[in-house]
Design a protein around this ligand. Structure first.
Ligand SMILES: [Zn+2]
Length: 180
């Protein structure tokens, strides 16, 4: 669920990505489907209307990552609580499509976007309420504001991707070269 939150924020919120300005592409449904399928391969095609609704959710989710990355866990918690309340996230064990029993989180409307909003809010709440509350981050590379969840053992992740990590490494290497 947290990985879906990451995918939604990174695909659907404008800003900067890996050194370049980023805006969600016109094919919002396609990019949303692709991002979610990277996490849940069985995700069905997202409609244009659902993608627009999820883009609104993604803006709210980004605020949580931003606050957490700034070390402002209080604000992150307030934002997550607001989302939990609005989506009225409700846990329910379900079994379908040959899968074992697993937990779903539903919003009141029974819409796909509403259910995912409830799921993402719950996932972030679980992280923020645990010893891993400092694991939500925003990329620290220049001109990148994509988000990540740090699942490394040491919790030392600082970048959204190896692409950004390499950009920063290369820049540092060049700077050293100039200094010598
Ligand atoms: Zn990055």
């Amino acid at each position: 669920m947290v990985r879906v939150a990451v995918a939604l924020v990174n695909e659907l919120t404008p800003g900067e990505r890996r050194g370049r300005p980023y805006a969600p592409p016109p094919d919002l449904a396609g990019v949303t489907t692709g991002g979610m399928r990277a996490v849940y391969p069985s995700q069905r095609d997202v409609t244009e209307a659902e993608a627009r609704e999820l883009a609104g959710v993604a803006e709210r989710l980004r605020e949580v990552f931003t606050a957490a990355a700034d070390g402002d866990i209080d604000t992150a918690a307030v934002r997550v609580n607001a989302l939990l309340e609005e989506t009225r996230a409700r846990p329910m064990l379900e079994r379908h499509d040959g899968e074992p029993w697993h937990l779903h989180f539903h919003g009141p409307g029974g819409t796909m976007a509403g259910d995912w909003a409830a799921s993402c809010a719950t996932g972030l709440a679980v992280v923020l309420g645990s010893e891993f509350h400092d694991r939500l981050g925003v990329c620290t590379a220049p001109h990148c504001d994509r988000v990540y969840v740090d699942v490394s053992r040491n919790g030392t992740r600082r970048f959204c991707s190896t692409a950004c990590q390499n950009r920063v490494k290369t820049a540092a290497f060049r700077a050293r070269g100039r200094a010598e």
